[in-house]
Design a protein around this ligand. Structure first.
Ligand SMILES: NC(=O)c1ccc[n+]([C@@H]2O[C@H](COP(=O)([O-])OP(=O)(O)OC[C@H]3O[C@@H](n4cnc5c(N)ncnc54)[C@H](OP(=O)(O)O)[C@@H]3O)[C@@H](O)[C@H]2O)c1
Length: 278
């Protein structure tokens, strides 16, 4: 049976991705959430609409939790066809502990996404698709320093090299030099640029997959969407915010290492400015 998993799906865009998959996809749809009570409640809400996702706990900040999900899927499904890396957190500007908060944002958004792919990667089936949720802020041009942009965009960049860059950023934050070093003043931006860069690096790796599984990895920008993450501000409803991920996961053909914008255009991540976002 085709199988797909959505991270951070108890609410917001992730919930809407699950809902649409249940409506459109002939397979087992896994609604995952770090909090089992919230995740079960979300699955229950969908059941009342006649939709039947399967809930499983999954905290992308906890490698043991990802491994438990992998083991469950291996035993009950045999593999995954679609992996929506949707879970993410924003930067809480109100907190005094800037460095600690920055670490949390990078750890969940960048390292959490990476660990999900690393741990679930071995059970991806032939032709599987990975959809990484980046953002408008994930466009490379949001990093002020041209030297950092060049390092993030290098064709020789590896996962280890990118992790080194993310850790270098956190070290610069701890030393209070991240702005003068040209990272800008937003940990969320650095985390989402990291996710977009990771997508490109992972695609290069899967292109050399010894098992030749033809796996694709793409980034998406949902658009400015009314969810808890934005204090319910935004141009789009959560259902509309799910469109770019669903397009990359279900509709688009032949996308590999690309970035799907909120208007479903494939954009140039390396361009000097980001495209308009609605
Ligand atoms: N809304 C926008 O305008 C916008 C724009 C661009 C990109 N995005 C991205 O879209 C994605 C979805 O965001 P959203 O707007 O739908 O926000 P949301 O309503 O706040 O949903 C975020 C989801 O991620 C989950 N999550 C956070 N940390 C997690 C972890 N360690 N493990 C597993 N799940 C975790 C949250 O779970 P809890 O309920 O337990 O906290 C929640 O289910 C995020 O990656 C976000 O950065 C959003």
């Amino acid at each position: 049976m085709p199988t797909e998993g959505v991270t951070g799906a108890n609410k917001g865009i992730g919930y809407e991705i699950v809902k649409a998959l249940c409506q459109r996809y002939n397979g087992h749809v896994y609604l995952t959430a770090r909090n089992a009570i919230k995740g079960n409640a979300a699955a229950c809400k969908l059941r009342k609409l006649g939709l039947y996702p399967i809930f499983h706990q999954l905290d992308i900040g906890d490698e043991e939790s990802i491994k438990k999900f992998r083991d469950y899927i291996t035993k009950h499904e045999g593999g995954i066809d679609l992996l929506f890396n949707n879970a993410g957190v924003s930067f809480n500007e109100c907190t005094q502990a800037y460095a600690k908060e920055a670490e949390n944002v990078i750890n969940v958004n960048y390292f959490g996404t990476l660990h999900a792919v690393e741990i679930l990667g071995p059970i991806l089936r032939y032709g599987a698709r990975i959809i990484n949720t980046s953002s408008f802020f994930g466009h490379l041009s949001n990093i002020p320093s041209s030297s950092l942009r060049n390092r993030l965009a290098a064709r020789s960049l590896t996962v280890d090299g990118l992790c080194h860059l993310m850790n270098e950023y956190l070290s610069d934050v701890r030393n209070g030099v991240h702005v003068t070093k040209g990272w800008g003043d937003s940990p969320y931006t650095v985390s989402k640029v990291g996710v977009a860069a990771l997508t490109i690096v992972l695609q290069r790796m899967f292109d050399n997959d010894p098992e030749k599984r033809q796996i694709s990895v793409n980034s998406v920008h949902p658009g400015y969407t009314q969810t808890d993450l934005t204090g319910n501000m935004g141009t789009y409803t959560a259902e509309e915010g799910a469109r770019s991920a669903l397009f990359a996961g279900l509709d688009a053909e032949g996308l590999r290492g690309q970035f799907v914008w909120d208007n479903l255009a494939i954009i140039d991540w390396y361009a000097a400015t980001p495209p308009k976002s609605f």
